[in-house]
Design a protein around this ligand. Structure first.
Ligand SMILES: NC(=O)c1ccc[n+]([C@@H]2O[C@H](COP(=O)([O-])OP(=O)(O)OC[C@H]3O[C@@H](n4cnc5c(N)ncnc54)[C@H](OP(=O)(O)O)[C@@H]3O)[C@@H](O)[C@H]2O)c1
Length: 335
């Protein structure tokens, strides 16, 4: 299946219609190694994926380091790949922004990054939007960053950030978006479509929940998914119903549930570019095979109808926590 490419925002860059998230190159997802990262990146390049996402906080620089290492090992010419990385909300001030970028560049082994995003708004730090917008824009003037983006920002802040820029614009926004978590459709995706901004959809397969490999009651996670609301039994029964539908629809096309789930995202909006993560090259093969074809209208609608009112409750872990039981456990430990 041929890879598809789209323009990144209003830039001259062409990115693959499906990218690869590199958070998986960190301990958050279990053991990591140079070899595993190289195999995943080699497979991605072989399948035509040229768009890679990482962040300073992923493994405290380990993800950036392994991504840069793997791209070099795979002999990927620097100009042939588009890499986005992100500065944590706490560092979004004029002193920390250039220092953070320097660290990211060192980790990656790059002289510039293609897209620099603010990872989340500085909600505990009170840095005004215009202050970090201008400090990030200066990095473009200095040639250290090619384009700017915002992750996990509401449209009000995206608008404000764009107003603060003198010459640049926001070319990319990053949001959580998958078939069972569709809040991004309310405001962010319509805003991005209107302004021709690329939407990097993160957790596009709900951290593996939409792949069909986790039967209800059969999993116990020791990674970042421990405590994840989608996998909580109060939610997962409904998610599993969608997985069954993905399987049924996929059979008509000879596609796996994960491929149908990703195709649904790209078929619904021209600006959405999912950035799923992978731990093995076989997984990358599946992810790349999610594009180069399209779901038929009636199948797209069937999935839309089945998920439009599906609500994931995020408070489940807290609601089910019994303070008396936790106190008893704490007291027992202290005795
Ligand atoms: N901006 C933000 O705030 C933010 C937040 C989160 C993530 N992100 C970005 O988005 C990327 C992806 O999101 P995510 O990490 O939340 O998860 P995701 O892409 O929804 O799920 C990735 C996981 O699904 C499983 N998987 C992948 N391909 C598969 C296949 N073909 N068959 C079966 N299982 C498969 C793998 O885990 P197992 O094999 O272990 O099941 C993999 O680690 C990250 O790497 C990161 O770059 C950004």
């Amino acid at each position: 299946m041929e890879m598809e490419y789209v323009r990144l925002g209003r830039t001259g860059l062409k990115v693959s219609r499906i990218g690869l998230g590199a958070w998986q190159f960190s301990e958050a997802w279990g053991p990591v190694s140079r070899e595993a990262a190289v195999k995943v990146v080699e497979k991605a390049l072989e399948r035509g994926i040229n768009f890679f996402d990482t962040a300073m906080v992923y493994g405290a620089g380990l993800s950036e380091y392994l991504l840069g290492y793997a791209l070099r090992e795979a002999d990927a010419p620097r100009d042939d790949v588009v890499v986005s990385t992100k500065i944590p909300g706490e560092f979004l001030n004029p002193i920390d922004i250039p220092r953070a970028l320097e660290k990211s560049l060192k980790n990656l082994g790059f002289t510039h990054v293609d897209v620099l995003l603010a990872h989340w708004p500085p909600c505990w730090s009170n840095y005004p939007v215009c202050v970090y917008a201008r400090a990030m824009e200066r990095l473009v003037h200095l040639g250290k960053v090619s384009h700017l983006g915002l992750s996990d920002h509401p449209v009000e802040l995206i608008d404000k950030f764009r107003e603060c820029l003198a010459r640049e614009d926001v070319e990319v926004v990053q949001v959580k978006y998958n078939l069972v978590e569709r809040w991004a459709e309310e405001e962010i995706i319509p805003y991005a479509e209107l302004h021709d901004i690329t939407v990097q959809a993160w957790s596009p397969i709900a951290k593996g929940a939409l792949t069909g490999k986790y039967e209800p009651g059969s999993y116990e996670f020791h990674d970042v998914r421990r405590g994840n609301a989608v996998f909580h039994p109060d939610n997962y029964g409904r998610v599993w119903g969608i997985v069954k539908l993905l399987r049924d629809i996929g059979e008509k096309y000879g596609k796996k549930p994960v491929q149908v789930a990703l195709n649904w995202l790209i078929a619904g909006s021209p600006v959405v570019v999912p950035i799923p993560g992978a731990r093995k090259p076989e997984q990358v093969d599946d992810l790349a095979g999610a594009v180069g074809w399209r779901l038929r209208y009636e199948d797209w609608v069937a999935l839309h109808e089945a998920t439009k009112n599906l609500v994931i409750q995020y408070s489940v872990n807290y609601v089910n926590t019994d303070p008396e039981q936790r106190l008893a456990e704490t007291e027992a430990r202290e005795r």
